[in-house]
Design a protein around this ligand. Structure first.
Ligand code: BGC
Length: 452
């Protein structure tokens, strides 16, 4: 007889029955009600219980994340941030309305992150009030029948963590695992699915992209981080996105596995995975470095995902890789506000690639486009979902689609200029205006797929 550990059991239950089933078995009534709705809306090639939702991240929407490393850097002079995050979208106070709005559009899920800098303001000091805040946010999701997909870390960390060397500190994993354990204990019964890290591969991805550019856009980062250290009276200050990608990868890989176990040890039964920034890497010419790039940027994390419950795919565009690295977009192609190519077909390819390597269920945890012209977002969504549909028809186990983003929000060093939102936000009044793309995606969510 084979005996299974609790982790194996959870994983197998998840692999067999999916997120809805595992969450439902142990959680309260609102989740059960949501499952019924999912089962009655099956259509198209999308499986029953498929998750449809918008994606958000704490620092980008909540506002006043003043204890975070990102906040410190935004106020350095000079700063690499076009403007500070400030009040962001005031989601910290307006979450109830935003969650209700997302539900009213037709979604059945919601991706958000909890903010470590709020939860652990000093090393080992946990704020019960902030943990309770996130309980209320998660409870609001359940009230509106949205499965909450929770990211435990989405780029920002407490400033004390940056002062210890951030993710380049070999002891960083211990801090992160303790935080995950504490947060999961407090929140686990309300979580529907979780990611340890958001895009831990992003520094290496940016390094690769920048290496093909004549000027490194992050050239001033070291100076800014030195100034940040000085401003908080620390010897060091390491912010993940601008830091050493090799060093952080080596610390984060084992931390992911330990955090996953710590999260699963808490209350609730839900799948835990990791999300990755993945472009559709296209080889140009026989000597293309495409495979080398894939192995470097995605290989170790897809292998880590292989022993997790799922892989979160986050795709925005394609990259054309030649013998010297990435090639610039071809002349005349449509570019997004971020400067990269409008290429919604990328998603189909990245799902196929991630699924074939990790061999675990896939959630699209981010996909979207920055544009002032919402008709382009409509086009993008329609074409990206056609790709998801093809993957499903080929038997690939895709379980959800989270669109980046719910709101026009703080796009890191680019500030508020790029518009990724399904919903516009007035920067003075915080008034929300629903865009046609939100209604379209919401209608797909209601009918469980385009063309259903
Ligand atoms: C990140 C988000 C970001 C989005 C759009 C992803 O890399 O997870 O935080 O806003 O891409 O650039």
């Amino acid at each position: 007889m084979v005996s299974l550990t609790r982790d194996e059991l959870t994983r197998r239950t998840f692999l067999t029955h999916g997120l809805a089933a595992t969450g439902l078995a142990v959680t309260a009534a609102p989740l059960a009600a949501r499952s019924e709705r999912a089962q009655t809306t099956a259509g198209g090639s999308f499986p029953k219980g498929f998750l449809w939702g918008p994606a958000t991240a704490a620092h980008q929407v909540e506002g006043n994340n003043i204890n975070s490393d990102g906040w410190v850097l935004e106020y350095m002079k000079p700063s690499m941030f076009a403007e500070p995050s400030g009040d962001a979208c005031d989601f910290y106070h307006r979450y109830r309305d935003d969650i209700a709005l997302a539900a009213s559009l037709g979604f059945n899920a919601f991706r958000l992150s909890i903010e470590w800098a709020r939860i652990e303001p000093e090393p080992g000091v946990y704020s019960v009030a902030e943990l309770d805040h996130y309980r209320r946010v998660l409870a609001a999701c359940h009230e509106h029948r949205l499965t909450p997909m929770v990211t435990f870390w989405h780029f920002t960390s407490p400033r004390w963590f940056a002062a210890l060397g951030g993710w380049e500190n070999p002891g960083a994993g211990d801090h992160f695992v303790r935080y995950c354990e504490r947060a999961a204990k407090h929140l686990g019964d309300l979580i529907g699915g979780a990611a340890t890290f958001n895009e831990p591969n992003i520094p290496l991805l940016l390094k690769w992209i920048f290496s093909a550019m004549p000027h490194n856009p992050f050239a001033g980062a070291d100076g800014m981080m030195k100034a940040a250290a000085k401003s908080i009276g620390a010897e060091r200050f390491s912010y993940f996105v601008f830091g050493n990608g090799e060093a952080s990868r080596d610390v984060m890989l084992p931390a992911h596995h330990r955090a996953l176990a710590a999260i699963k040890a808490g209350p609730g039964e839900y799948p835990v995975g990791v999300t990755l920034a993945i472009a559709d890497e296209q080889a140009v010419g026989e000597a293309s470095r495409r495979d080398e790039k894939r192995e470097l940027l995605y290989g170790p994390w897809l292998d880590a995902a292989a022993s997790s419950d799922f892989i979160g795919v986050q795709t925005y565009t394609r990259a054309r890789v030649g013998k010297d690295g990435d090639l610039p977009p071809e002349p005349g192609v449509e570019l997004t506000q971020m400067g990269y190519e409008f290429w919604p077909e990328a998603l189909e390819q990245t799902i196929r690639y991630a699924a074939s390597r990790a061999k675990v269920p896939v959630y699209v945890t981010e996909n979207g486009v920055s544009t002032e012209d919402d008709t382009r977002r409509v086009e993008y969504i329609t074409r990206a979902l056609a790709g998801v549909s093809k993957c499903l028809s080929d038997g690939i186990d895709v379980r959800g689609y989270f669109h980046w983003s719910l709101l026009d929000n703080f796009e890191w060093n680019f500030g508020y200029r790029p518009k990724f939102g399904l919903i516009a936000v007035d920067r003075q009044t915080f008034a929300r205006t629903v865009k046609p793309s939100a209604r379209l995606l919401g209608s797909f969510a209601r009918s469980n797929g385009p063309g259903a």
